[in-house]
Design a protein around this ligand. Structure first.
Ligand code: ADP
Ligand code: MG
Length: 712
């Protein structure tokens, strides 16, 4: 085969032409033979069996029947005409029906010749009928490229409106296989294929489009899924290797004054084993020659902040500055205050930079950052502004990183990388990067999403934490819930009441929140009760003020939207009420619940809903009631939503996988990852002759950017 065969523009394919080519491009992104070849069917109809007319069931299934047309008639009806054929076999008779295209059908249909008809069965009175069947003369059917399982290709309204039906796509595919003689270059190595008993590329492509039977179809799917995941992993892993090799890190060789003094004199509690382990992992990275790019996962309340602080102290000990970014102003402020408290009397210069930092303060801050008088900067996105330049940023930490886009993260890379030479000649290494998230991602998924990040997990909560008790209550039980709240407040506790806030119906949500606030204010009157309210429409200063009051314990109830979702830490708050809980996703519910259970007291989470609940909503609520384990919740979430909605998948391109599904095909993903790692260990440059097919395919993919490009 001509090596460039697959690059052939699609209009060259017989039966396509410029018009169809335009539609194919617009609707399915198909421009070349290769694109068409990789348009995989969504599902298959089983055409391996033939039904007799007396076996038909009104099941709505697509079936095929062999028989003859003995009669054709046109039936007048209110809206236009319908063409009805009487179709018989040796067991009975049925009708084939057309509502359009009569002329063509009348002229082309052959009476009394055996046909195979295929389509959806419906029943009118006692007669079965098949509207707009696919028809093929039995003689043709027998000699045609035998399609036993009929593939159903992805389609769009436009495509079918313009006559590019499934059948037409099938025909184009046949044409492509005829022109290529079904021979396609192999893209996996013999040893891998043998070990996994994979069928060849050509065989797989043939059977994905024209499967003879279920078994071959399954083999074809396995081979192509494996291949797809294998190449994604190969790319991720080799990028990581290249990064470790090429991108020099700033060596943090010293464990100095600050770290030691903090560890010795200022630690307010004993670190958990998990925290110790994670700090060790991070120190390993920082001390090596490579730039760190690490994801720190830890459930809400697992104590990530102190880990972040100790790493920043290490940066200081090595003469570098550090910064910590948080997604919201509230959170950044809280981090700032928390860190200051932890640092106590230590001589560390730390400052806060957010959108509402005053201009005069800002200018001062900029100067201090540039001349190195400031050691640690805590802030929001404001940190990313171009004006903010560091003297020598050595470590950047991003908290709750899913709130930040990949692009923003990559900005950090280029922030204030210190020039290595005194005259500023060469650009130095980028800062080490630590991203922290409380949204647990199942481990294998994390590997494929963040394959070029290293992952650390804090899988242990500080001692003495009582798991939050979670219940589901219907709105009709509200009075009992109010009573419960009052009892808790009497004991000196504080309460969150959270309302959903979903962008599309912001106005409506706002109304819900305000209505809720009013009814709560009525139920919990001043001066006995004090209520704070925080929502997205408030000015930051007002938000902070309300938040402060709650943190200080001046108010007992915090009515809020999900702005309090991440990070807020008020250990005395022991009750979390979530209104319209059915409207929240699992990870959000889990985050919100994480706001309580931070003190020594027993905490509660009450999920309020109406009576009408979808199946998914029920599953979410039951999961929350059943478990406090973030990883377990993440697994359920993944199953419910698929990877599409999960953080990071958008950027990672895992959504554009053509055939594999990282959730359903998790086992194949693991296998693919294993083999990619083994391959690169054994033959890092893919120089061995047996790996030539892989090298060729990989190079081609990189040229065509078939696999996405990960930026981190
Ligand atoms: P998150 O991982 O959600 O960011 P934080 O860092 O906010 O968690 O920690 C949650 C709470 O647990 C804080 O009040 C913190 O002081 C406390 N904490 C953290 N680590 C420990 C520990 N090892 N022992 C006791 N309390 C801890
Ligand atoms: Mg936190």
């Amino acid at each position: 085969m001509n090596p460039n065969f697959l690059q052939t523009p699609i209009p060259y394919l017989k039966g396509v032409g410029p018009n169809r080519a335009d539609i194919l491009k617009a609707e399915l992104g198909i421009e070349t033979y290769r694109d068409l070849l990789h348009l995989f069917p969504n599902r298959y109809l089983d055409r391996t069996s033939y039904y007799k007319i007396n076996q038909l069931q009104p099941s709505g299934a697509d079936v095929q029947v062999v028989g003859k047309i003995i009669h054709l008639k046109t039936v007048e009806q209110k809206r236009g005409k319908r063409l009805v054929a009487t179709f018989v076999d040796d067991t009975g008779q049925m009708e084939l029906v057309w509502f359009r295209g009569h002329k063509w059908i009348r002229e082309n249909l052959k009476i009394n010749e055996p046909y195979v008809v295929f389509g959806r069965i419906s029943k009118y009175g006692s007669t079965f009928s098949m509207p707009h069947p696919e028809m093929e003369l039995l003689s043709e059917h027998q000699k045609g490229l035998k399609v036993a399982m009929q593939p159903i290709y992805p389609s769009t309204e436009k495509l079918s409106a313009k006559g590019i039906t499934n059948r037409v796509v099938g025909k184009m595919m046949q044409q492509l296989f005829m022109e290529s003689k079904g021979q396609f270059p192999e893209s996996l190595s013999q040893p891998i294929m043998e070990e996994l008993r994979l069928i060849s590329k050509s065989e797989a492509l043939f059977n994905i489009h024209f499967p003879k039977n279920q078994e071959l179809l399954a083999k074809a799917q396995f081979r192509l899924k494996f291949e797809e995941l294998f190449y994604v992993q190969l790319q991720l892993i080799s990028k990581k290797l290249i990064r470790k090799h090429k991108i020099k890190g700033l060596p943090f060789e010293n464990v100095g004054e600050n770290f030691t003094s903090f560890f010795g004199n200022h630690l307010p509690f004993e670190l958990t084993d998990a925290q110790k382990r994670v700090i060790k992992e991070i120190r390993g990275d920082l001390g090596s020659n490579a730039q760190m790019n690490r994801l720190l996962q830890g459930d809400v309340g697992s104590g990530k902040t102190i880990v972040a602080l100790m790493c920043m102290l290490l940066a200081m000990d090595n003469g570098f500055q550090a910064c910590l970014m948080a997604p919201t102003e509230i959170l950044a402020t809280q981090h700032y205050n928390g860190l200051k408290e932890l640092l106590g009397k230590m001589d560390v210069k730390i400052a806060l930079l957010t959108g509402s930092t005053k201009k005069s303060e800002r200018t001062l801050l900029h100067n201090q950052l540039e001349n190195g008088n400031l050691n640690i900067l805590v802030g929001t996105h404001a940190v990313l502004e171009d004006k903010v330049q560091f003297k020598n940023l050595g470590l950047a930490i991003v908290d709750e990183q899913h709130r930040f886009g990949v692009a923003q993260r990559s900005k950090l890379w280029h922030k204030g990388s210190p020039p290595q030479t005194p005259n500023g000649g060469t650009r130095g290494a980028p800062p080490h990067i630590l991203v922290m998230t409380a949204t647990p991602i199942p481990r294998t998924l994390a590997m494929s999403l963040y394959g070029d990040l290293d992952v650390s997990v804090i899988d242990e909560l500080p001692p003495g934490r009582k798991p939050v008790k979670t219940v589901h209550r219907y709105d009709s039980n509200r009075l009992k819930v109010f009573k419960f709240i009052k009892d808790e407040i009497k004991k000196g506790r504080q309460v969150y009441i959270v309302y959903p806030l979903i962008q599309e119906s912001e106005a409506l949500d706002y109304k819900d929140l305000m209505d809720g606030y009013e009814s709560i204010a009525r139920e919990f009157p001043m001066p006995e009760y004090q209520i704070s309210i925080v929502h997205g429409k408030m000015k930051p200063a007002d938000k902070d003020y309300e938040m402060e009051r709650f943190v200080k314990g001046e108010t007992q109830i915090m009515v809020a939207t999900t702005v309090i979702e991440v990070g807020v830490n008020v250990p005395n708050a022991s009750v979390m009420i979530i209104e319209s809980a059915e409207r929240f996703g699992l990870s959000q519910l889990h985050q919100l619940r994480g706001r309580v259970g931070r003190g020594a007291e027993q905490s509660f989470c009450i999920l309020m809903t109406g009576h009408k609940l979808s199946e998914d909503a029920k599953t979410r609520l039951q999961t929350m009631v059943r478990t406090n384990d973030g990883f377990e919740i993440a697994e359920v979430d993944l199953k419910l939503r698929g990877p599409g909605d999960l953080m990071g998948t958008q950027q990672s391109g895992l959504l554009t996988l053509k055939i594999a599904d990282i959730v359903k095909d998790n086992q194949i993903l693991k296998t693919a990852r294993y083999h990619a790692i083994q391959l690169l260990k054994d033959d890092p440059r893919l120089e061995k002759p047996e790996n030539a097919p892989i090298l060729r395919a990989y190079t081609k993919m990189m040229q065509n950017k078939t696999i996405w490009n990960y930026i981190s």
